[in-house]
Ligand binder design. Structure first.
Ligand SMILES: [Zn+2]
Ligand SMILES: [Zn+2]
Ligand SMILES: [Zn+2]
Length: 326
């Protein structure tokens, strides 16, 4: 496998067949009794019967042992798939969805996401750590056992690059964080807010790309998901996320969820190398949830412009009216 860069869009594309380690059996590879055969990166609780577990992805897209070997092919750039790819098993129970976990259990998964991001960022070769969750076959879910994935890459994904650049532009003009400005205006207007708990907000973004797109944000500024602000109550975030997903599942049980946090600024030559000084002030972590509710429009399949038939104000209203209880 190799990673190629499109010189025009700067997208990185992982090309080639995934390595298959074993035969896909009948048994779910994330179930107790099976998963214990794989060495865990992390289990919780530390002692006794595990409730959650992080393992290397059995068919990893990125591997730690790979040489980055960035080579030029004429005008093009490519490299080996150096990185890390992990699976967070969110519960030992096969039939339980993430949204059916208790607030405490969800909080623990959020804590594990943060731990893995912080740990992988210690490796200065990794420029970005992504945490994401695909639920439902249409979303590209690999197993129906509740799990999320963590990848560390030696490049920053394109969307994050765009977000960083836009947030930086906004900050340069106004000396304010664009995400903080969004939360403040949404808070005032209320019409796109889905739910609130403590300082955490769930809202349908103004230019939602798909029906029922939801962002979950903290109203207090912080660029690092993995480093909660002093006094930040992640139990509130867990409770809010659980309610939002239970609502969403009534209209869109299939979705992508992704945590957007600051890139790895660690560098052998010193912090922030390659980035501007105000990165910590102008970027702001958030969680994006993109439901898959309709087939892509036939007449308009150019992905860079989205067509969304449902106004975010109506989506938020409908979600607010949906009972978050199972
Ligand atoms: Zn299972
Ligand atoms: Zn902010
Ligand atoms: Zn984002």
């Amino acid at each position: 496998m190799e990673i190629r860069r499109d010189p025009i869009t700067q997208s990185w594309v992982v090309c080639g067949q995934r390595e298959r380690l074993g035969e896909a059996g009948e048994q779910c590879p994330l179930d107790p009794g099976v998963v214990e055969n794989t060495k865990a990166i992390l289990t919780w609780p530390a002692e006794g019967v595990w409730q959650g577990r992080v393992i290397p992805h059995p068919e990893a897209l990125y591997r730690v042992e790979n040489d980055p070997g960035r080579v030029a092919e004429g005008i093009y750039d490519k490299m080996g798939p150096l990185g890390a790819h992990e699976v967070v098993i969110e519960t030992r129970e096969h039939d339980k969805k993430f949204s059916q976990l208790s607030d405490d259990e969800i909080e623990r998964v959020l804590w594990v996401w943060g731990l893995r991001i912080a740990d992988l960022k210690k490796d200065a070769r990794f420029k970005y750590v992504s945490v994401f969750k695909n639920q439902g076959a249409l979303a590209g879910e690999e197993w129906d056992h509740a799990h999320s994935e963590v990848t560390a890459t030696i490049f920053v994904p394109r969307r994050i690059k765009y977000e960083l650049a836009s947030a930086h532009e906004w900050y340069k003009d106004r000396e304010r964080c664009v995400f903080c400005d969004i939360v403040r205006q949404e808070e005032k207007q209320g019409k796109r807010i889905v739910d609130v708990q403590g300082d955490y907000y769930a809202l349908c973004p103004y230019a939602s790309r798909v029906p029922f797109e939801v962002w979950v944000m903290h109203r207090r500024h912080n660029h690092l998901f993995e480093q909660a602000r002093p006094g930040a109550n992640r139990k509130h975030l867990a409770a809010l996320l659980g309610r939002v997903l239970r609502r969403l599942e009534k209209v869109a049980p299939t979705f992508h969820l992704v945590v957007h946090t600051s890139p790895n600024t660690r560098n052998k030559k010193g912090e922030l190398s390659g980035y501007w000084k105000t990165l910590a002030e102008d970027y702001h972590w958030h969680i994006e949830i993109m439901p898959i509710v309709e087939k892509p429009s036939k007449s308009y399949s150019i992905k860079e412009v989205y067509f969304n038939a449902l106004l975010p104000e109506q989506a938020a209203e409908q979600l607010r009216a949906t009972d978050p209880n199972p």
